[in-house]
Design a protein around this ligand. Structure first.
Ligand SMILES: *Cc1c(COP(=O)(O)O)cnc(C)c1O
Length: 430
């Protein structure tokens, strides 16, 4: 493995043009790689577990487009399905057979889902599920957990004020205080705070990533999801699981199947579109039939259920059989074990947290159980380590607060090379 800096001249040139044309040169902030203190890398193609940049460098990709690419880049079955769908026309603004097949597939896998409505992004799906929960309960406040991400919905860009259970304050300029204050924010895995918040506020919904992955991977502690279910039942709030990341990943039926806790509404995204823009929200028919045109809750989308996205999603789900999940779990365990070994060989006792399909190496010595734990990590060291990994041909998420996304395309050799690079990059920054 060469340790010299890679050539980045074409990436740099594009980046400097992009800076004048797009904020930060990107269309989504994390891509700018500012959190790890370097310029972004412009990508030209991907194949399996491999990513190629515009300068001809290649990388073992652990980002997998932030989750959708559970089968790897340009999987032939997915590419064929999309190409064939495109030949028949890319959008009709009218129902198609593929949507029915995909809805049936989702309902058969996800325990809480009888009916779904598709959208084009996870943000839209979350926003719509909350609207439905408010309509169904006649209440306005929504509880979320600090460090969880549910898309850039105004009301969910709220952070905790002071105190155990607090009304949110805007986490971004442009979010009205009145909107943020309809969100109640409590620490993840904090049973007392969750109990207090559900007693103190009239909640329309308790919204959770059942395995938070947007502060890094922080699994629910024993009984925590059960507590949320119980609190929702007791108070009349709806329990909403945002399974945009965990759906079809931590198991075929998502986190709700893995942990045996069934929410009222489920939000899906990422894998459901197989790498094209698609997401969905779903639940029991009595709830979902409150959505237009059957019910009064308005929600719509010009490209919702887009034929290419549906084809890519269906082709991806077809690859996800029992054997695929065994393999994904094995890849996850091997990656987590490889990173742990690398850290211990380098003499740095870091935390590696994982569930099947998701891994986060946290630059801290104590287990991370909430957002405060995640933000306490050594972010500068994580950044320096990531810069080293990139030089060594390994492409990690460019933020401590993200998951690594193993896929079915990752080989045992990819994991070996990653573990070796992890050790070498760590030794360089020590
Ligand atoms: C990515 C993500 C979203 C938002 O989905 P977009 O398609 O990016 O709008 C929502 N919730 C979770 C848990 C996510 O990881």
């Amino acid at each position: 493995m060469s340790a010299e800096a890679r050539i980045t001249s074409r990436s740099s040139e594009l980046y400097h043009r992009a800076l004048d044309l797009m904020p930060g040169g990107v269309n989504s902030p994390v891509r700018a790689m500012r959190a790890i203190g370097r310029d972004p890398i412009f990508i030209s193609s991907g194949e399996g577990s491999r990513l190629f940049d515009v300068d001809g460098n290649d990388y073992i990709d652990w980002v997998s487009s932030w989750g959708p690419l559970i089968a790897g880049h340009a999987h032939p079955a997915v590419v064929d399905a999309v190409a064939s769908a495109a030949t028949d026309g890319t959008t009709f603004g009218a129902p198609t057979k593929g949507e029915v097949t995909l809805a049936a597939e989702v309902a058969s896998r996800i325990p809480s889902v009888e009916m779904v409505r598709m959208t084009s992004s996870g943000t839209e799906a979350t926003m719509s599920a909350i609207r439905l929960a408010r309509a169904a309960t006649g209440r306005e406040q929504v509880l979320k957990f600090a460090g969880s991400y549910h898309g850039h919905v105004d009301g969910l860009l709220a952070e905790a004020g002071s105190g155990l259970a607090t009304q949110g304050i805007p986490a971004s300029p442009g979010v009205p205080e009145a909107v943020a204050s309809a969100t109640v924010v409590v620490p993840w895995n904090d049973r007392d705070a969750a109990r207090e918040a559900t007693e103190r506020f009239e909640l329309a919904a308790i919204l959770a990533e059942p395995v938070p992955a947007n502060m890094g991977v922080v699994p629910p502690e024993e009984g925590f999801l059960e507590l949320l279910r119980e609190r929702a039942d007791h108070t009349g709030a709806l329990l909403i699981f945002d399974e945009v990341i965990t759906g079809f990943r931590v198991s075929s039926g998502g986190a709700q199947q893995r942990y045996g806790v069934t929410p009222d509404l489920t939000i899906l995204g990422k894998v459901i579109g197989g790498g094209l823009p698609a997401a969905a929200y779903g639940g029991a028919a009595v709830l979902m039939e409150q959505v237009a045109p059957v019910g009064p809750v308005y929600q719509a989308g010009t490209l919702a259920g887009n034929p290419l996205a549906v084809a890519a999603g269906l082709a991806t789900l077809e690859l996800l059989d029992a054997r695929a999940y065994q393999r994904l779990e094995a890849v996850t365990e091997a990656l987590a074990a490889g990173l742990r070994r690398a850290f211990s060989e380098a003499g740095v006792p870091l935390q590696v947290q994982s569930v099947p399909g998701l891994v986060t190496p946290f630059f801290t010595t104590a287990p991370v159980r909430d957002y405060a734990g995640a933000t306490g990590c050594d972010l500068d060291a994580y950044g320096a380590w990531c810069r080293g990994l990139l030089e060594l041909g390994v492409y990690p998420p460019a933020s401590q607060f993200e998951a690594w996304f193993p896929s079915l395309a990752h080989s045992d050799e990819d994991i070996e090379r990653t573990a070796e690079a992890a050790r070498a990059a760590l030794e360089r920054i020590r």
